[in-house]
Design a protein around this ligand. Structure first.
Ligand code: LLP
Length: 416
C-alpha cells in the first residue's frame, strides 16, 4: 500500500488523515512520509548491494533538518553545493567524512569550512578551483581529496534547465581538460586524487544516456590508470527520474545491473548522488481552495498555495498530480489551479479535470524534492510549514513562518 492512500473516503499519509493535519497545522503545508523516504533509500542501497558504494543524498533536493537527520541515521552520505548545506548536514548529525562537495563556484570560506570539517571529497570544476583548493589546504596544513567533474557531452533528454551534461552547459570539463587537471593535481602534495565524477541532468527516464556517459568516463579512468593515476571511486551523479504523471521511469534494478555491467571488472567504489528519487514522491503539498473563479472562457480554482511555495510548474512546466483530500464526485470541469500571487505564471496546474468546491482541501503530489527548497517570500507570503509523518505520529520539522520572521533582518530607513 502506498504511504498516500484513501481510507474511509479520506486521503491519508501513512496513518494520519490529511484533513486532521490541515485542522491542526493549517495550509499550505508540505507533508512527508518517513516510510516513503526510508523505502526509496533502501531500494537504492539494495540495488547496488553487490558492489561497494556510498549514497550521497543530494541535499539540494530537500535540505530540511528532519529529512537530513533521518538519512544520516540510516548511514547516508551527502552531496552538498554550498557551505550552508554543509552546516545543515553537520547540524543534522551527518558525517562530514561521507560528504562530497559539488558546484561550479565554491568560495574560499566554503572551501576552508569543508577542509576544516574533513569532508570526503571536493568535486572540482576547473583548474583554477584546484589552485584555490591547494592554496587553502596548504594554509590549513590539510590534504584535500579531489575528484574532477567531467562533462561527457551526452544529451540526457530532460528539460533543458535540468540538463547539465552537454558541452554548452557550465558544468564539468572536457576529458582533455580533466587529464591536465589530474596531471597537475598529481604534483601537489596537499592534494590527493580520489575519484572522478559526472552528472548529466535530473529527472532522467531513459537509461541509454546514463550508460553512454559512464562508458565515456570509464575510457578516461582507463587512460588515467595507464599513466599511474588510479582512482578509488567513480561518482555517477544524481539519481534516476520518478513518476509525476505517466512517465515510464527506469527500474532501479535494471539501472543497477546496467551500471555494474558497464563497469565490468573495475573495482572502484561507486558514489551516487540521488535527491529526487529519495524524497520526490515522499511529499505532498496540502492546500485549501480559497475560491472558484469563472471568467468568460475559463474556470480557475484559487488555492492558498502558490508559485512561491512550488515553483516547478511555472519554471519547468512540470505536471504534478492533484487529488481531493476528501473523496469527491467524478471530476466534471476543467480548471487552472492557481495561487494568490500577482503573476500569470502563478499556476500549479493547467486544464485539469476536477470536482472542487470552495474550502475543499487538495493534495499536490510529488512535492518532496525541489518544492520547499525552491520556495520564496514573493508577495510577502510566509513560507509553508513542513511535517514528517511516521505511522500515526506527526513531527513538525519546520514551523510556518510568520511576518515577524520575514522582516527580522530588515529595517526602516534611518532606524539602523
Ligand atoms: N548531483 C549534482 C551534481 C546535481 O547537480 C544534482 C541536481 C543532483 C546530484 C541531484 O539530482 P537528482 O537525483 O535530484 O535528479 N530544480 C530542478 C532540478 C535541479 C537539479 C539540479 N541538480 C527540478 O525541480 O526539477
Amino acid at each position: 500500500m502506498s504511504e498516500f492512500h484513501f481510507s474511509d473516503g479520506q486521503l491519508q499519509v501513512e496513518d494520519v488523515p490529511l484533513r486532521a493535519i490541515a485542522g491542526e497545522f493549517s495550509t499550505p503545508t508540505f507533508v512527508y512520509s518517513k516510510a516513503a523516504i526510508v523505502t526509496a533509500y533502501e531500494n537504492y542501497q539494495n540495488a547496488f548491494s553487490e558492489h561497494e558504494h556510498l549514497i550521497c543524498y543530494a541535499v539540494k533536493a530537500n535540505s530540511n533538518l528532519g529529512i537530513l537527520s533521518l538519512l544520516a541515521s540510516m548511514g547516508s552520505g551527502f552531496d552538498i553545493v554550498s557551505g550552508g548545506e554543509l552546516h545543515r548536514v553537520i547540524k543534522a548529525g551527518g558525517e562530514p567524512g561521507k560528504v562530497v562537495f559539488s558546484g561550479v563556484g565554491k568560495q574560499p570560506w566554503e572551501i576552508q569550512f569543508a577542509l576544516e570539517s574533513d569532508i570526503a571529497c571536493f568535486n572540482l570544476e576547473s583548474d583554477s578551483e584546484l589552485q584555490l583548493l591547494n592554496e587553502i589546504a596548504i594554509k590549513l596544513g590539510k590534504v584535500a581529496a579531489i575528484s574532477v567533474r567531467v562533462n561527457p557531452d551526452v544529451d540526457a533528454k530532460t528539460h533543458p534547465y535540468t540538463a547539465t551534461g552537454l558541452k554548452e552547459n557550465k558544468f564539468g570539463v572536457s576529458a582533455k581538460q580533466a587529464m591536465a587537471i589530474y596531471r597537475r593535481a598529481q604534483q601537489l602534495p596537499n592534494i590527493k586524487i580520489e575519484g572522478i565524477d559526472y552528472h548529466i541532468g535530473s529527472q532522467i527516464t531513459d537509461l541509454s544516456p546514463l550508460i553512454d556517459s559512464l562508458t565515456h568516463i570509464l575510457e578516461l579512468v582507463d587512460e588515467l590508470e595507464a599513466i599511474d593515476i588510479s582512482l578509488s571511486h567513480i561518482d555517477v551523479g544524481g539519481g534516476i527520474g520518478i513518476i509525476y504523471n505517466d512517465e515510464q521511469p527506469i527500474d532501479i534494478d535494471d539501472y543497477a545491473s546496467s551500471i555494474l555491467q558497464t563497469l565490468g571488472g573495475r573495482r572502484q567504489r561507486l558514489l551516487f548522488e540521488p535527491g529526487r528519487f529519495i524524497v520526490g514522491n515522499a511529499g505532498i503539498l496540502l492546500t485549501r481552495v480559497i475560491t472558484i473563479k469563472q471568467n468568460d472562457h475559463k474556470k480557475f480554482v484559487v488555492v492558498d498555495a502558490a508559485m512561491n511555495d512550488l515553483i516547478r510548474p511555472a519554471l519547468y512546466q512540470s505536471w504534478q498530480q492533484i487529488e481531493n483530500v476528501e473523496q469527491s464526485d467524478e471530476p466534471t470541469d476543467f480548471y487552472d489551479v492557481v495561487g494568490p500571487v500577482c503573476e500569470s505564471a502563478d499556476f500549479l496546474a493547467r486544464n485539469r479535470k476536477l470536482f472542487v468546491r470552495e474550502d475543499d482541501l487538495l493534495a499536490i503530489f510529488s512535492c518532496g524534492a525541489y518544492g520547499s527548497v525552491m520556495s520564496s517570500n514573493y508577495n510577502s507570503r510566509n513560507r509553508a510549514a513542513e511535517l514528517i509523518v511516521s505511522g500515526a505520529d506527526v513531527h513538525c520539522v519546520r514551523k510556518r513562518e510568520t511576518i515577524a520572521d520575514q522582516i527580522r533582518l530588515e529595517s526602516v530607513l534611518g532606524s539602523d
